[in-house]
Design a protein around this ligand. Structure first.
Ligand SMILES: C[S@@+](CC[C@H](N)C(=O)[O-])C[C@H]1O[C@@H](n2cnc3c(N)ncnc32)[C@H](O)[C@@H]1O
Length: 267
């Protein structure tokens, strides 16, 4: 039986809504991971174990407990004071809270998520962390509810693999970023040798495995969406031939708009 993209998205939403409710109830949420929920998180390949002790100290317990990612995008995104950051699939808000502290009161961080229970958990965690420069938006990462060229840095932690339309996500990242804006994403990525069928045999879609792009698919997708300096670097194996990875890229400047006048000024 084949499952439609809409049904798959609803399955993802249900899974993460359940996870958020579990955290709110005081138990650990199930997120990305192999066939059996939370197994991989226990092994330290997903979740809060990927953050250092100093970062975990900056977070309310519920935000750390709600961490369902496969990396630590705030460690690679090189955020600066005053920047505007967008976190795609912000979940319980862990990377939004850490980013908000990095960009300071002159900066702003948007967390975007499609799941109401996750948004409620994230807002509660951000409030508990005393974060004032974060806004959580409800919406789809395939259709970002922000105007074009308004964001300096897009981060995301183990979400793009869950999208049923990854080309749309990469196009949207390119649309909302300012020219020269950066991408610093953690995601599950497959080795190029694994066809889709073999990726699906290694874990579930909602567990962030079956829907993963391969390294060269990711690179080609970002280049097609207008990015430069694209790198996809494996950090740790999460299943045979499947890795937590850091994905970095820069949005190309439009020709003629790099700060140089197109026409020589008259003297
Ligand atoms: C694996 S969790 C990661 C959460 C968070 N980034 C973290 O590191 O803890 C995936 C999150 O992405 C959200 N999500 C999945 N697909 C989405 C989509 N297409 N649009 C918006 N949010 C999505 C889910 O609701 C969930 O909160």
């Amino acid at each position: 039986m084949t499952i439609s993209a809409d049904e798959l998205r609803e399955e993802v939403r249900r899974h993460y809504a359940e996870s958020a409710r579990a955290v709110i109830a005081g138990t650990s949420g199930c997120g990305c991971g192999g066939g059996s929920c939370c197994e991989a998180e226990d092994a330290g390949t997903f979740g809060e174990a990927l953050y250092d002790a100093e970062q975990r100290d900056e977070l309310p317990d519920a935000a750390a407990l709600a961490s369902l990612g496969c990396g630590n995008p705030t460690a690679v995104a090189d955020l600066h004071e005053g920047e505007t950051v967008l976190d795609l699939g912000s979940g319980g808000g862990i990377d939004v809270i850490l980013s908000a502290k990095r960009v300071g009161p002159a900066g702003l961080v948007y967390g975007l998520d499609m799941t109401d229970d996750m948004l409620a958990l994230a807002r509660r965690n951000a409030e508990e962390a005393g974060v004032k420069n974060a806004i959580f938006l409800k919406g789809m990462i395939e259709q970002v509810p922000l105007p074009a060229a308004t964001v300096d840095v897009v981060i995301s932690n183990c979400v793009i693999n869950l999208s049923t339309d990854k080309a749309a996500v990469l196009t949207e990242i390119g649309r909302v970023l300012k020219p020269g804006g950066r991408v610093g994403v953690s995601d599950v990525v497959a080795e190029d040798r694994l066809p889709h069928q073999e990726r699906a045999e290694r874990g579930s879609y909602v567990g962030c495995i079956a829907g993963a792009l391969s390294k060269s698919e990711y690179e080609a997708g970002l280049e097609a969406a207008g990015f430069e300096d694209v790198t996809v670097s494996f950090t740790h194996e999460v299943a045979d031939g499947m890795h937590g990875a850091i994905v970095k890229a820069v949005k190309a400047h439009e020709p003629g708009k790099e700060g140089l006048p197109l026409v020589a000024e008259r003297t």
